[in-house]
Design a protein around this ligand. Structure first.
Ligand code: ZN
Length: 192
């Protein structure tokens, strides 16, 4: 199964010249939720990550993901591994374990995300778990959009590596070359 093609087929990965909601310009626009809305895609991707974990012989007993992005894929991975799944969420900016979820001290977990971008939320979950005596054995994602540069102090598994760049409008090479810009999810716009 070609993961990139799966994203393209779901209109979840567009290549071109895009204005992101942040105002930055990018050479790709990706929306992993659009791939995962197809439950069969979610199942396939979950199995692919689970198989990669099994292949590496990682000794884990729980799957953890940060909400929202990691919830669907994390659940699928856990289901394939026959393990429980819990998620963390941000409360007032701080990564937290809520909803009565308890992780036993000494547990070995794999952390699952939909996309690694800067790795910020992933590192926050690792730190949170570390503080309660839980070891993150590895991190996995469907997509690593950092061009492979994001790293953690544990093994990393990603099904698809993309080098997605973002630029300030003033220094965007695609603007300099005069390419028309698209605002995903909105009408087509030309930068005046
Ligand atoms: Zn641009």
């Amino acid at each position: 199964m070609n993961v990139k093609q799966m994203f393209v087929d779901a209109n979840a990965l567009l290549e071109g010249h895009f204005m992101l909601s942040s105002g930055l310009h990018s050479n790709f626009y990706m929306q992993s939720a659009k791939v995962l809305q197809d439950t069969e895609n979610a199942q396939v991707l979950g199995k692919m990550i689970a198989d990669a974990i099994t292949k590496q012989g990682l000794d884990i007993n729980l799957v953890v993901a940060p909400a929202m992005g990691g919830v669907i894929i994390g659940h699928e991975v856990a289901s394939n591994l026959g393990l429980n799944f819990v998620f963390t969420e941000r409360v007032s900016g701080k990564m937290t374990l809520r909803r009565g979820f308890e992780i036993l001290k000494g547990s070995k977990i794999i952390l699952v995300e939909d996309v690694f971008t800067t790795g910020k939320s992933t590192r926050e979950v690792i730190t949170l778990l570390d503080s309660i005596g839980v070891e993150t054995v590895a991190c996995a994602s469907i997509v690593d959009r950092s061009g492979g540069t994001v790293s953690f102090n544990v093994p990393k598994i990603s099904l698809l590596n993309l080098d997605i760049k973002s630029y300030n409008p003033d220094s965007c090479p695609m603007c300099i070359q005069g390419f028309a810009i698209t605002k995903p999810g909105s009408r087509f716009v030309n930068r005046g």
